[in-house]
Design a binder for this molecule. Structure first.
Ligand SMILES: Cc1ncc(COP(=O)(O)O)c(C=O)c1O
Length: 446
């Protein structure tokens, strides 16, 4: 059955032979030149892909590089582009606001409109505050949690990423099994992080109810919060086991420790109300970012009124609640809410078709990969293994994944090099067909 195309999706279904991209000369020379003035030639270490790629323009589900090559984009700006590239409704709202003023540092009406929309959509939100990046929202949210409880330590899970603030930039992707599986060592992620940064972090294995129970039984008096990605979307896309999120909700409540969901990937993607709505588990606080502004740099944190009241007098920032970005938020949430979230449902359906199509190809060709996760964001990993926590990620074959990524990219398919594929409302059947044809070609020539 053919799915309907969303606005912005290209209708060229069924007619596309697999083309191998031969020429990235302009991309290569631009990156080479950029290394003279930009550290590493790219603006974020995340952008050090296997092959140099310099974007020229993008619309809907497609991106073109400066050599004129076209890509089906499943990278989606690392998550924010929930409405695809350059959605007209958002661009119009932002341009209208640019003419009214780009920055005030006093309140504007859009701020209360956007916050009301958020509070109406996301279950845990009673009060919110806006920031620019996800990392900032994490930083401020955990500070509020510490101030409210008067405790310093935070429990985070091995393999989860909560941005690059020193505090929690710990045990994100340790390259080896650090410590016993039930009691991982906290490992600083980057050179330059102070040694004592790990003093306030307790790292635990995810999907392990007993590990959290045991820790809080003895240490709850020093723990402000337990922070978790509701799905391990920064490492292999591991899903919470049945009942896990509600179990950690119950344990944190019992020990009077705050539960914080990092919904920076899951927000407005798994469901309009985020993973907390999708899984029916309400945390005390959460952070939102990425899809919130559909490509404009804005994030938010919020939750229970009694906790968030602390932010009233302690949360600062020149660019907080920037009016251009708020215009993007209001337009994005309106678009996603229309017709009982029809656009998001379409995204899930298209993504499920792609995920299932990839799995059919993998099994038909006895190819050692699996596609797993939700329709709006899923992972391809190799070989097919049961993935429960970060230690299982260490058993994955990174070289096979990198080869698959490079081969797909040279056939015009972009996604995160670790296998993460993200859909938007602009993706349609034609994109699915193009990606599946590329994958079949890669597998056939492996
Ligand atoms: C779950 C999660 N939290 C926090 C962040 C940090 O967001 P930002 O890169 O906007 O600072 C990210 C970024 O990828 C993320 O995936």
């Amino acid at each position: 059955m053919s799915l309907p195309l969303a606005d912005g999706a290209n209708d060229d279904r069924g007619s596309r032979p697999v083309k191998i991209i031969q020429d990235r000369t302009n991309s290569r020379s631009t990156i080479a030149q950029a290394t003279e003035t930009i550290a590493g030639g790219v603006g974020s270490a995340f952008r050090m892909f296997a092959h140099p790629l310099v974007a020229d323009r993008a619309k809907g589900s497609r991106l073109w590089d400066i050599d004129g090559n076209e890509y089906v984009d499943l990278l989606m700006g690392a998550g924010p582009l929930i409405l695809g590239h350059a959605p007209d409704v958002v661009a119009e709202a932002v341009v209208a606001q640019i003419h009214k003023g780009t920055h005030f540092a006093v309140s504007c009406e859009l701020e209360s409109i956007a916050s009301k929309a958020l509070v109406d959509l996301v279950p845990c939100l009673e009060l919110v505050r806006f920031n620019c990046s996800g990392s900032e929202a994490v930083h401020n949210c955990l500070r509020v949690a510490r101030a409210f409880t008067g405790r310093s330590k935070v429990v985070k899970f091995e393999g989860h990423f909560h941005g690059t603030v020193d505090d929690v930039y710990v045990s994100v992707r340790p390259p080896f099994a650090a410590g016993l599986p039930h009691a991982p060592w906290p490992i600083r992620q980057n050179a330059g992080q102070p040694q004592n940064v790990t003093e306030n972090i307790i790292v635990l294995p995810w999907n392990d109810v007993q590990a959290l129970e045991r820790t809080l039984r003895f240490r709850a008096h020093e723990v402000a919060a337990v922070v978790t990605e509701p799905v391990m979307y920064n490492n292999a896309g591991i899903l919470p086991e049945e009942g896990y999120l509600s179990a950690i909700r119950e344990i944190t409540q019992r020990y009077e420790v705050l539960l914080v969901f990092d919904e920076i990937i899951t927000g407005f993607r798994l469901a309009l109300g985020g993973a907390q709505q999708f899984y029916g588990v309400t945390p005390d606080l959460c952070m939102l970012g990425k899809a919130l502004g559909a490509g404009y740099p804005i994030s938010a944190f919020g939750g229970r009124r009694d906790i968030m009241e602390i932010a009233a007098a302690t949360h600062y920032g020149t660019f907080n609640a920037n009016p251009m970005c708020l215009a993007a938020v209001v337009a994005t949430l309106e678009e996603l809410s229309r017709d009982d979230s029809a656009a998001l449902r379409h995204t899930h359906e298209v993504g499920e078709r792609l995920r299932d199509g990839l799995n059919r190809l993998f099994s038909a060709h006895d190819f050692p990969m699996q596609a797993h996760g939700n329709g709006a964001v899923f992972f391809v990993t190799s070989p097919p293994l049961v993935l429960r926590d970060y230690r299982d990620v260490l058993n994955l074959d990174n070289s096979a994944m990198h080869k698959f990524h490079a081969e797909m990219m040279s056939r015009g398919v972009l996604f995160v090099p670790n296998g993460r594929m993200m859909l938007s409302t602009a993706h349609g059947d034609n994109d699915v067909d193009t990606v599946l044809a590329a994958a079949e070609d890669v597998i056939g020539k492996w």
